[in-house]
Design a protein around this ligand. Sequence first.
Ligand code: THU
Length: 131
Amino acid sequence: MKNKKELYKKLMAIAKKASKNSYSPYSKFKVGCAVLCSNGEIYTGTNIENASYGLSICAERTAIFNAVSNGNTKIEAVAVYTPYKYVTPCGACRQVISEFTKNADIIYNSKIGIKITNIKKLLPDSFCLKS
Ligand code: THU
């Protein structure tokens, strides 16, 4: 478990770095995400907003779509970083995460360091076409 925590701290540091590229001129709420895939590869993403607000995308979905675009559909862990407030993925991102894993750890920040939860806990009984 200690090794896992060390790994997740590194994943959070990568998410933090990704948040620096946030394009969020409207909300001014920077978010960065790092996704760890089962082959050990890590993909990052940031939130990208648009003048037509509804077209904005969260950091988590950007990172996941980045992973999938590079051929990685098996997600092991997702770290979300924001400098202002401690967030877990929004509902839409939870559904997208659950498309690619039923058991990924979700890492988020808190005043006392990283916290670890799980997609099963954040989105129980997610919508799924397959039984
Ligand atoms: N946002 C994320 O990137 N991830 C979340 O989990 C919640 C919200 C973004 C969307 C928008 O650009 C900004 O944060 C404020 O809602």
